[in-house]
Design a protein around this ligand. Structure first.
Ligand code: SAM
Length: 493
């Protein structure tokens, strides 16, 4: 529930700036009428505003044009949605829209990606013949329209009319305007049957589904695909007293330090305890790797890939004297702002951690490495379309290099936790196995069930942590599930 008690939806990590739309009924609030405000549509660097189009011609049309444009950038050019949808540094077409229409664009994009396979099937069922090959622009216009009709609280007539209008001002799609009208109207008539056509795996690109089946087996892979179709709940990591905060905020305590608020829509900044720095937004699974150190009182701790700092905060609260490293200066600024709100202190170092040679080795090191983020597809459905196996292999190489760097910074007897939010064993189990073979001075320090109350189910036979999105009710309706995470605890001998 939201701060004002309304039914809500919101997810995110640490700084709470991300939001995720629900399956239906959906964002609605973004646009309940004929589709939003008059849009100012400037020509972006790619000149996407068609010739002869006058800004503000049609309420809501700007939002649909931008949505189709961004869908193309994500699916065709593999551009990350986070960057495109950023309200300050994102796509210029998006930034030119009214906030309400920006919200609508975001809802359309996330929904169109989350249900991409189902939408394809539903459109196919309404087409007399297949779409012409190379008609990418037409396909994006149809997907934007279909996402609204099938899953969002936008009047179908507005979704259809604005899709036709978008086609009419796009020279590549103009000749299909009549077809778009007919197809989307049919979709609207038959949507009850078509909104859930097929199976969850239809919404997972082939490369990823193959990988999930090979890793987790067909049944669990299908359950993961189902969980991906449901936006993640809002989880908070509290400094202390999870049970007390759960009661105060109307949530559920999970494990040692998480309060799950489930569906949430609105500003987390309005919730009790935000201004006082009593908690921060962090998925329940993301809160587990730092817990594998237990008490860190008096220890020198390095958080090697720290920003925006969710795990840094946990390491400080566990008693560690923490140095936080990150290569990205902007992200480090966010870490500092986050720690300031939480009234916590760490030394910070901006730069490539591989170039850092500590004078004294650290007693404990967390390497929460950059990864493919396939464990966060519920929050970032674009990941399934912007990443591929080549990228995963490349990232596994980066992680192996960073793990070697981390190993050399650790004192003998010290503990190293390697973690990331990938579902792929190349970035997790396989990588750690290869490391242990190459480094006889390290052994695995298996995590015991009693160390992770409430999450013992997520421990592997080897004693690593492996969470997947269908765990804890993922896919069984809104408000459940976990981000996919891997963590292994290693000790230098
Ligand atoms: C998965 S994010 C870390 C999330 C963070 N641990 C948290 O819980 O909030 C990975 C981070 O690694 C940083 N990074 C990537 N390569 C790095 C390098 N060579 N040295 C230091 N930081 C690096 C990225 O800038 C990014 O902020």
């Amino acid at each position: 529930m939201s701060a004002d008690g309304k039914k809500s939806r919101r997810g995110g990590n640490f700084d709470a700036s991300r939001s995720a739309p629900r399956k239906r009924p959906l964002p609605g609030k973004a646009s309940q009428d004929r589709g939003g405000n008059h849009a100012r549509i400037p020509a972006g660097p790619d000149g996407f505003v068609p010739d002869g189009y006058s800004a503000g011609d049609r309420p809501g049309l700007g939002a649909r044009l931008v949505a189709a444009k961004l869908l193309s950038a994500i699916v065709d050019a593999k551009t990350s949605a986070d960057g495109l949808l950023d309200p300050t540094g994102g796509h210029p077409g998006l930034r030119a829209l009214e906030p309400r229409d920006q919200g609508l664009v975001k809802a359309i994009i996330l929904t169109a990606l989350r249900f991409r396979g189902t939408i394809d099937r539903a459109l196919d069922a309404c087409l007399d013949r297949p779409l012409p090959p190379n008609a990418a622009s037409l396909k994006h216009i149809l997907h934007v329209g279909a996402a609204q009709i099938l899953y969002l609280n936008v009047p179908d007539s507005a979704a259809v009319d604005l899709a036709v209008a978008a086609a009419n001002i796009d020279s590549r799609s103009q000749r299909f305007a009549g077809m778009i009208n007919a197809v989307l109207r049919r979709l609207s008539r038959e949507k009850e049957a078509l909104a859930s056509i097929g199976q969850p795996s239809d919404n997972v690109p082939e490369w990823l589904m193959r990988r999930l089946v090979a890793t987790y087996g067909p049944e669990r892979a299908q359950a993961i695909a189902l969980a991906h179709m449901t936006p993640a709940p809002l989880d908070l990591t509290v400094k202390a007293d999870a049970a007390g905060w759960a009661e105060r905020l109307g949530g559920t305590p999970l494990g040692r330090s998480t309060v799950r608020l489930g569906e949430f829509d609105g500003a987390v900044t309005g919730l009790a305890g935000f201004a006082e720095g009593d908690w921060w937004v962090q998925d329940a699974a993301a809160a587990l790797p730092a817990q594998l150190f237990g008490d860190l009182t008096g220890q020198r701790v390095a958080d090697l890939c720290a920003a925006p700092g969710g795990k840094t905060a946990q390491l400080i609260l566990a008693g560690g004297k923490v140095t936080a490293f990150d290569i990205n200066a902007n992200r480090m600024k966010r870490l500092k702002a986050n720690l300031e709100r939480l009234q916590l202190e760490a030394e910070t170092v901006v730069g490539d951690v591989a170039a850092h040679e500590p004078e004294t080795p650290f007693d404990a090191i967390l390497l929460d490495a950059p990864c493919s983020s396939t464990g966060t597809i519920r929050r970032h459905p674009d990941v399934a379309y912007t990443k591929d196996m080549a990228e995963i292999e490349k990232l596994a190489g980066v992680q192996a290099r960073l793990l070697g760097v981390a190993a050399d910074m650790l004192a003998v007897g010290g503990r190293l936790v390697f973690s990331n939010c990938s579902l792929d064993p190349l970035e997790g189990e396989d990588l750690v196995a290869a490391f242990l073979t190459a480094r006889p001075d390290f052994v695995r320090d298996p995590v015991l069930p009693e160390e992770l109350p409430g999450f013992a189910f997520a421990l592997t036979a080897a004693g690593d942590l492996r969470t997947t999105p269908e765990m804890m009710g993922g896919g069984e309706g809104a408000g459940g599930g976990l981000d996919g995470f891997f963590a292994a605890r290693l000790r230098r001998i």
